[in-house]
Design a protein around this ligand. Structure first.
Ligand code: HEC
Ligand code: HEC
Ligand code: HEC
Ligand code: HEC
Length: 267
């Protein structure tokens, strides 16, 4: 009785191991095997290995160029990390658990979206993400970097981003929209998206560690540096095109509270 029970468990596990191998092989109806020593096709490419119909097998699939990160080449992963730094993606997004929560978490997006969709979002940004105008190789590098960073991370479902949109059609009257918004845009934890101008850089995350250190060419933007800049941009950057914007102490405080970045999203 016990022996039969044990044998049936043994048979079941052999069958499932064999069945697993069998279902993995459905990709192999059409493709030669490669990187077999590193596991099944879907571990690296996703897709549905249980179907032999191409459109089903390929659903959600990650093409070869977006699977490069799976090979674990340290140099390539470092290069991807440098891309994320160079374009300061973390001033708006969390990636690899680090960064501001002004837009969706890229760790979360990596789980929900296909690699192709991630690439499209970077190539043709929507909403308040800046257009970087990147070549395909750079986009591919960034997608690989986002996927590599997200590995082993749980999607943070319980941390929605709070973005407010004005629906009233009234012009925004906050200090950023009035004094800066004609030339700049910002994602603010307090206000959501503000500003409509593209003459000056997008200032999202300026007062956080993830904004490029562009004050006096290599310093971080602190409140103090921002105040000096507004008084006279040319003092720290002789060729600055921005003119001084004189603000009262009260206005500066309001501006800072709009530009401030908090570690957790405001509930
Ligand atoms: C019925 C045949 C068939 C099956 C089953 C199939 N494929 Fe394909 N696959 C193709 C063909 C044909 C192409 C060439 C491009 C195209 O027509 O989409 C291709 C292309 C690819 C590419 C290259 C795409 C790129 O842009 O880099 C990858 C990767 C791939 N398949 C992975 C898989 C994986 C993983 C599975 C199993 C989950 C699978 N395929 C199952 C037929 C198939
Ligand atoms: C360790 C991760 C890994 C595994 C496992 C893996 N692949 Fe790939 N695959 C890649 C990478 C990375 C590329 C991009 C080209 C390269 O670097 O080899 C790729 C490229 C491809 C391509 C496109 C080839 C081309 O030149 O366009 C196809 C098709 C493909 N893989 C199918 C499969 C199938 C089918 C399996 C399962 C038998 C599989 N892969 C298993 C990582 C993997
Ligand atoms: C100024 C802020 C900002 C910067 C900088 C930024 N993004 Fe975004 N990104 C956004 C916004 C806003 C969205 C739209 C989704 C949302 O509202 O959260 C978005 C969406 C995305 C999406 C789609 C996510 C999804 O779930 O659909 C991807 C992928 C993405 N960004 C990648 C990047 C990468 C990679 C970089 C760096 C090269 C970058 N972003 C830099 C603000 C930014
Ligand atoms: C009339 C347009 C205009 C207005 C209004 C304006 N700016 Fe600017 N700003 C610019 C331009 C153009 C730049 C580009 C840098 C330069 O001039 O060298 C810039 C640059 C900056 C920078 C430097 C960012 C960097 O990474 O280099 C900061 C910070 C800044 N502005 C903050 C503000 C704030 C805060 C306000 C509102 C109180 C404001 N600006 C109002 C046009 C404007």
């Amino acid at each position: 009785m016990v022996a039969r029970f044990l044998i049936s468990i043994l048979l079941a596990s052999v069958a499932s191991a064999w069945g697993g191998g069998q279902s993995r092989q459905l990709c192999l109806r059409c493709h030669p095997v490669h990187y077999a020593e590193r596991g099944g096709c879907s571990g690296c490419h996703r897709g549905n290995p249980a179907s032999e119909r191409k459109n089903i097998a390929h659903a959600g699939m990650r093409g070869g160029k977006y699977a490069r990160f799976t090979l674990g080449d340290v140099r390539e992963i470092k290069a991807g990390e440098r891309l994320i730094d160079r374009f300061a993606c973390r001033r708006c997004h969390v990636s690899g658990g680090r960064g501001n929560r002004l837009a969706v978490s890229l760790d979360d997006a990596a789980v929900r979206k296909t690699a192709g969709e991630l690439a499209l979002s970077i190539r043709r940004p929507v909403g308040n993400m800046p257009t970087f105008g990147l070549d395909e190789e750079t986009v591919t590098g960034l997608v690989n970097a986002v996927l590599a960073q997200s590995q082993g991370r749980e999607a943070v479902v319980a941390a929605p981003v709070r973005v407010h949109f004005t629906t009233s059609g009234k012009k925004n009257s906050d200090i950023f929209s009035v004094k800066c918004g004609g030339c700049h845009r910002i994602l603010s934890q307090r206000l959501g998206a503000a500003g409509t101008g593209d003459v000056g850089p997008n200032l999202s995350g300026l007062l956080s560690e993830w904004y490029p250190r562009t004050y006096k060419s290599s310093e971080a933007w602190t409140s103090q540096n921002l105040r000096s800049w507004l008084k006279n941009p040319r003092e720290s950057r002789p060729l600055a095109r921005m003119l001084p914007v004189p603000l009262t102490e009260g206005e500066l405080k309001e501006l800072e509270s709009i530009m401030a970045v908090y570690p957790e999203p405001i509930k």
